[in-house]
Design a protein around this ligand. Structure first.
Ligand SMILES: C[S@@+](CC[C@H](N)C(=O)[O-])C[C@H]1O[C@@H](n2cnc3c(N)ncnc32)[C@H](O)[C@@H]1O
Length: 277
């Protein structure tokens, strides 16, 4: 199994953040398919009923906060917003965009335990985690978040799905969303900046099994060199039923699920289960 670059190595400086934004602007289904944009607005009607008391929004891995701004612009304003990302300049942009009475931003590493968040006491907390589960090991990440949730807190997360019932076949259908020029430019820049330096090579995209959950399909971009290969990008594409197994395994319960018509992306609203496992 080739070694893997940490996901943060693809985003962790302003230049890479800008290249990722180019990928997002040019290739993201969120930008080009109105049905995917609508997906991120669909939780609004349920949230309007739940968010009747002051709440804090913790936007995790939020990049520039576009998706959160779309949804929370339609909801009662949060008392407090914390925009948190490995890329500080993106988190700063997100905190500018998001509506709130008070806001802040910080650098965070979601591959470790969440740090103290210093949220205002007596507010319900709404965590968002959009577009992050593909990049980080999903089950441990969801488990860490579940452990930090109190009764009444909510987590909204998205998953990029393998459409259909069969993960690897579904993942092959979306390979073109990765193997394209803007994505290659972004990943090649990340390879060049990586230390210790990687030998010259070329990027090859394919669908593989996740080494930690063999039934889970991953689209990978591998840097192939004469001295071996490294995984530069690993994007997990679970089926919707795999996502729901994760929810249950980490002690959360589903309040709602929204899928876009092609079944390539979904948004879930989950809460803590009453009795912890
Ligand atoms: C695919 S982008 C999704 C951005 C945005 N939430 C969206 O859905 O458009 C992944 C985001 O996760 C952030 N990220 C990657 N690894 C991270 C880590 N270890 N800790 C915190 N954020 C991370 C990146 O900086 C980036 O903003």
């Amino acid at each position: 199994m080739p070694q893997e670059l940490p996901a943060s190595a693809l985003y962790s400086n302003p230049g890479l953040g800008r290249l990722w934004r180019q990928v997002h602007l040019n290739c993201s289904p969120f930008r080009h398919r109105p049905s995917v944009r609508r997906l991120y607005l669909r939780p609004a009607s349920i949230l309007r009923k739940i968010l009747t008391t002051p709440y804090s929004l913790v936007a995790l891995g939020c990049a520039d906060g576009t998706k959160e701004s779309l949804l929370f612009g339609k909801l009662p304003k949060p008392s407090y917003v914390l925009a948190a990302d490995t890329n500080l300049s993106l988190a700063r942009q997100a905190s500018r965009h998001l509506p709130a009475h008070k806001k802040t931003f910080r650098k965070i590493d979601l591959s470790n335990s969440l740090p103290a968040l210093h949220l205002p006491p007596f507010t319900k907390r709404v965590f968002t985690l959009y577009g992050v589960l593909p990049n980080l090991d999903p089950l441990p990440l969801l488990r860490r978040l579940a452990r930090r949730m109190n009764r009444g807190d909510l987590l909204l997360f998205s998953a990029n799905l393998a459409p259909g019932q069969k993960g690897r076949i579904g993942a092959r259908r979306v390979l073109g969303q990765y193997d394209n020029l803007p994505t290659r430019r972004w990943l090649e820049a990340a390879v060049l900046r990586f230390r210790p330096r990687l030998p010259p090579g070329r990027l090859v995209f394919g669908v593989f099994r996740d080494p930690r959950q063999v039934a889970l399909a991953r689209v990978e971009a591998r840097w192939i060199t004469t001295q071996g290969s490294r995984i530069v990008l690993a994007s997990r594409r679970p089926t919707k039923s795999q996502v729901e197994k994760w929810i249950s395994r980490v002690g959360l319960r589903k309040l709602a699920r929204f899928l876009e018509p092609r079944g390539e992306e979904g948004v879930w609203i989950v809460a803590r289960r009453a009795a912890r496992r």
